[in-house]
Design a protein around this ligand. Structure first.
Ligand code: GDP
Length: 421
């Protein structure tokens, strides 16, 4: 594979800018621009030169092939964090024959060279996009091989079961039916239940990864927009606000004590005679109905039963105007009750992420479902058939880690990475 390079730090001014090179010839390139190559993994201050011209002074780190992120020869230059320096050094590298890396190309090489499996790559992708604590934790677990280690344990169990069967067949008297040792069934039952556990925890893990959608609904003037605005001003909670994909819905992304939550402001859901607008409103209403939870706002405390689902929260608004309040009452004017509402929302959503496993993507889920289905019925089966089922289960686990059948996913996965990663 050719020699690639990219700025690994965000563009713009900063303390340092990191340029990373990977591929055969990285060592020679480092020698050419920074002089003698330092000992592996030891940062050394060097002048960066292009012929006679001095480009910058930088910390230089060298990684040998086989012990770097990509598995190839890798060099890193920690330059001064100035765009013009980065541009000048990049131009010199390009003139010397290095190619600008594509998005995710370093990670792709790490995958191709067997430094990371696909589950870890996906975890890394999630980590790069994480906005909240819960997302960070799950992503980091997978990026650092959490799922991969689990799969390796399962694989060892399959190998043991396979070996036990082989022994029982090889040494059995030909006249006596082969007896499969009980331990084989014990192992396969245990595997099946562990696979089921991961499958059961999928929705929780997916919620951690993607976050929740919470729709704020209620009649016109109930105070929906005021509540959203009030929450948006609490800077601790605010991540970003994104105008909705339709003109009828506004999304506010918040970090609710570590959970990623998108609040949907459905204030635009009004009856309309205009056909096109009515269609848009219908779509938005459906979105509110398929959200993970709804906050039903009204100043009277009444809710529309037709829109109510288990787990929703009824909220009485404009508490400052009422003489007396019962239930969950808020005022977007004084702020009363809003913390309690957010606490209640957090309690309910956090119940839905308990029991989260490490499998958090459809691709992984489908592989592990296949593995579980293969082992659905194993009792009383003859050894040859058990051996075949064990082999099939191992194939599903290989798919889970991307050792096989990964081609169709690769472009999608790596394109979500940034350049330099
Ligand atoms: P929406 O149509 O449900 O989005 O309702 P809005 O948020 O636009 O609020 C409708 C009206 O009620 C506005 O005039 C707000 O100022 C007022 N309002 C909203 N929340 C409160 C509140 O907590 N207390 C008081 N006194 N007025 C409020």
């Amino acid at each position: 594979m050719d020699l690639i390079f990219a700025e690994a730090s965000p563009p713009g001014r900063g303390g340092v800018s990191v340029i990373r090179l990977s591929g055969a010839g990285a060592r020679a390139m480092l020698e050419r621009f920074a002089g003698r190559v330092p000992e592996p993994r030891k940062a050394v201050l060097r002048l960066i030169r292009d012929g006679d011209e001095q480009l910058d002074q930088a910390l230089v780190i060298w990684f040998e092939a086989g012990s770097s992120f990509t598995g190839e020869e890798v060099a890193e230059l920690q330059l001064h964090g100035v765009p013009v320096v980065v541009r000048r050094v990049s131009a010199a590298l390009q003139a010397a024959g290095c190619r600008q890396a594509e998005a995710g190309e370093f990670t792709r090489r790490a995958y191709v060279n067997g430094r990371m499996d696909l589950a870890a790559v996906e975890g890394l992708g999630d980590l790069l996009e994480a906005e909240t604590e819960a997302q960070r934790k799950l992503a980091l677990q997978n990026a650092s091989g959490g799922l991969s280690r689990k799969v390796e344990t399962w694989r060892q169990m399959l190998i043991r079961a396979g070996a036990l069967i082989e022994v029982s067949v090889d040494f059995a008297d030909e006249d006596v039916p082969d007896d499969v040792p009980n331990e084989v069934f014990h192992i396969l039952h245990q595997l099946r239940s562990e696979f089921s556990g991961e499958i059961d925890g999928f929705h929780a893990a997916e919620h951690l990864r993607k976050g929740f959608e919470v729709a704020v609904i209620g009649p016109p003037n109930a105070g929906k927009s005021s509540l959203i605005n009030r929450i948006a001003q609490r800077e601790v909670a605010l991540v970003s606000d994104i105008a909705g994909t339709t003109r009828d819905i506004i999304e506010l992304r918040i970090d609710l004590k570590g959970l990623a939550v998108t609040l949907l402001d459905t204030a635009g859901l009004r009856e309309s005679d205009d056909q096109i607008e009515a269609m848009g409103v219908d779509r938005a209403r459906n979105r509110a109905l398929t959200a993970d939870l709804r906050l039903h706002l009204s100043s009277t405390g009444q809710v529309d039963d037709s829109l109510w689902s288990d787990g929703d929260i009824a909220v009485t608004t404009k508490a400052d105007l009422a003489a007396q309040n019962t239930g969950m009452a808020i005022s977007s004017v004084t702020g009363a009750g809003i913390n309690q509402l957010l606490d209640e929302l957090y309690e309910r959503l956090s119940l839905r992420v308990s029991g989260a496993g490490l499998v958090s993507r459809q691709r992984q889920l489908s592989a592990i479902r296949d593995a579980r289905d293969t082992l659905q019925q194993v009792d009383d089966l003859p050894p040859e058939i058990l051996a075949e089922l064990i082999r099939q289960t191992a194939v599903s686990l290989d798919r889970l880690l991307g050792r096989i059948g990964a081609e169709e996913y690769l472009d999608v996965i790596f394109s979500s990475f940034c350049i330099g990663k």
